[in-house]
Design a protein around this ligand. Structure first.
Ligand code: ADP
Length: 323
């Protein structure tokens, strides 16, 4: 292999730049030419491909977001769209592709693989909902941002005997909310994997106050059925009877843009380099990720066919420690 390309796709995650840097410099160390594709699969289809040298990726390891830009590209989900992308890659004599992204993006790379193009995925999403990597690039930084918000809200909550609800991202996966709740010492955690109806959330806070706690912190995953809106409405309706009110903070995209912390920089560097080694060995159609401390390659058909589940022990632990 002599010419490879790298793209970032889907939701941006802190550490994507560190992964780009690792792909570029590992490729160069093998004597290859490395190219960057702008705006994810959209740039792949239009041939928006630029050469990337070692200096072009200097000073980016500490930057959030992605220097290549990312996009959601519905046209790529069609076979015609993917044919166009493969044509553009071949026109640029690109022999292998590294796709840095989450679930949707890796479904896209699996489709490219099935059409015969050599591709390796890099597990990157703050949601941690990607099968094939115990933890994905961006999760740790996003978690720390959520945690900082929880710690601050706890201080205010303790001063006012006021309950606070913090909604964190994660799409349909409760990982971020669960871990933020455990690390932040939340009184109640509401996630799609363990739903808690509004009256039970109110009970948890009420009981916490009765046990002498000064604060009531509820962490809710954006994908939960009893989401922030529903919980807020319930607490508003029953405020008088409950004797306390609930204030809602939605962290939203604030969680995405942070500068990657050490864990994500190192994880992204290792997985990015691992993806290039895999291309060299011809181990394509796989997702590079982290499992049991090692960089592993999981076939993309397994990645798209499986759903990552939350460890039930962690859910139980959160319940015990909230008391
Ligand atoms: P993420 O990778 O963060 O989960 P998305 O779900 O938005 O982000 O997916 C990113 C892009 O991946 C989509 O805009 C689309 O171009 C591509 N993609 C998603 N699903 C498929 C699919 N089933 N087939 C081909 N490409 C897909």
């Amino acid at each position: 292999m002599k010419r490879i390309a790298v793209l970032t796709s889907g939701g941006d995650a802190p550490g994507m730049n560190a992964a780009i840097r690792a792909v570029v410099r590992t490729g160069i160390s093998k004597g290859w030419e490395v190219f960057g594709i702008r705006q994810g699969y959209a740039g792949c289809m239009t041939g928006d491909i630029i050469p990337l040298g070692a200096r072009d990726v200097g000073g980016i390891i500490q930057q959030g977001g992605t220097i290549l830009g990312s996009a959601r590209c519905p046209a790529f989900t069609t076979e015609d769209g993917r044919r166009q992308a493969i044509r553009a890659l071949r026109q640029h004599n690109i022999e292998g592709l590294v796709v840095i992204g989450g679930n949707g993006s890796q479904t896209g790379s699996y489709e490219l693989h099935k059409m015969g193009f050599p591709v390796v995925g890099v597990a990157s999403t703050i949601d941690n909902d990607l099968y094939g990597s115990e933890i994905t690039i961006g999760v740790d930084t996003a978690l720390n941002i959520a945690l900082e918000a929880i710690d601050r809200l706890k201080v205010t909550a303790s001063s006012h005997q006021r309950a606070f609800l913090i909604e964190v991202m994660g799409r349909h996966c409760g990982y971020l909310a669960l871990m933020a709740g455990i690390a932040g010492g939340a009184e109640a955690i509401v996630i799609p994997e363990a739903e808690l109806p509004p009256d039970k959330v109110a009970d948890e806070i009420q009981e916490a106050y009765e046990r002498g706690k000064k604060h009531g912190i509820v962490v809710v995953a954006e994908g939960a059925r009893y989401n922030a809106e529903k919980l807020e409405a319930y607490f508003k309706e029953n405020e008088e009877q409950l004797g306390f009110d609930l204030r809602v903070t939605k962290l939203g995209h604030v969680q995405r843009g942070g500068e990657p912390l050490a864990f994500d920089r190192i994880l992204a560097t290792r997985i990015g380099a691992g993806a290039v080694h895999a291309l060299e060995r011809g181990e394509t159609g796989k997702l590079a990720g982290l499992n049991n401390g090692d960089i592993t390659l999981t076939p993309l058909d397994e990645v798209v066919a499986n759903k990552k589940s939350l460890n039930p022990e962690l859910i139980e632990l959160a319940g015990i420690l909230a008391k």
